[in-house]
Ligand binder design. Sequence first.
Ligand SMILES: NC(=O)c1ccc[n+]([C@@H]2O[C@H](COP(=O)([O-])OP(=O)(O)OC[C@H]3O[C@@H](n4cnc5c(N)ncnc54)[C@H](OP(=O)(O)O)[C@@H]3O)[C@@H](O)[C@H]2O)c1
Length: 289
Amino acid sequence: MNNILITGATGHLGNSVIETLLKKIPSNQISVITRSEEKRTEFQSKGFNAFLGNYEDKFSLEKAMKGVDTVLLISAGDQGDRMQEHKNVVDVAKKMGVKNIAYTSRCLRDRTTLVNQLMVEHFETEDYIKESGLGYTFFRNILYLDVIPQFIGGKMAIEKGIFQPAGEGKVAFALRNEMGEAMANVLLNEAWDNKTYNFTGDKLYSFYDIATALSELSGNDVKYTDIDEATFTGMMKQRNLPEPVITKILGFITDIKNNQEANVYDDLETCLGHKPTGLKEGLKQLFEL
Ligand SMILES: NC(=O)c1ccc[n+]([C@@H]2O[C@H](COP(=O)([O-])OP(=O)(O)OC[C@H]3O[C@@H](n4cnc5c(N)ncnc54)[C@H](OP(=O)(O)O)[C@@H]3O)[C@@H](O)[C@H]2O)c1
């Protein structure tokens, strides 16, 4: 590998990609962009080619992509115009003669029936990359196991139980750092054959399973209550969450209820070289139980 640019290098997923890359290649073969000068200096002091860069700023991307043959585009958050930000990265990659682009997409069952429209952007980004003519690798990641504490209200759920309108919907949760490690292994292999990897856990879990795992780990009798949307919305309003945030959370949960994330593939196990961490062990780590 000549030179790879990792975007989102300061984030959780980017960090675990970089940790794995560093086991095989030196930091001077890795370029990174960050929006913070402090973090840029930190990366630079460790030998990385570090640039100030923002998906909104094409000029900053051009500087970072000079001499780069592969770009890992870590999907942006949804605060800005994410689709335009992704397009900027793809357009600049093409202009700067980058050969391959890898993108962190999402493993969802059917793009045409998604309730959470933010997820549709991942598929639209894939389309845009395909149309660009660049070599591509898509990492379709399942919902991070790491977000479960956030979803269920952290440690309070162990005392008070889990209340979600997710029915019996299931998710093949996987740990974020294992998906990052698997992504890095694929990138190191340089098998640029326009492939899509579906990174998921090897089992499906519902919120009932999450409650059971937390009961076993904590010794408390943790219950999952499948509540209706109106009750859930009322609970979110009591927490003073703004309407758009409530709509977004509800979209996520409804897609889970509809089994959009109930997908099991063996790509993660293959690319890691071992079985992915299961729900109970993952929750043990996350809740420090
Ligand atoms: N599969 C899932 O369950 C799941 C869950 C949540 C999110 N995601 C998606 O996966 C991505 C990576 O996850 P993560 O946990 O690593 O997220 P994270 O820790 O929030 O990191 C996001 C990274 O993207 C960078 N970034 C965001 N917008 C940018 C912009 N406009 N220009 C340049 N850099 C930008 C951030 O840089 P700064 O340090 O400069 O902010 C940060 O390094 C998320 O951004 C999101 O799209 C997936």
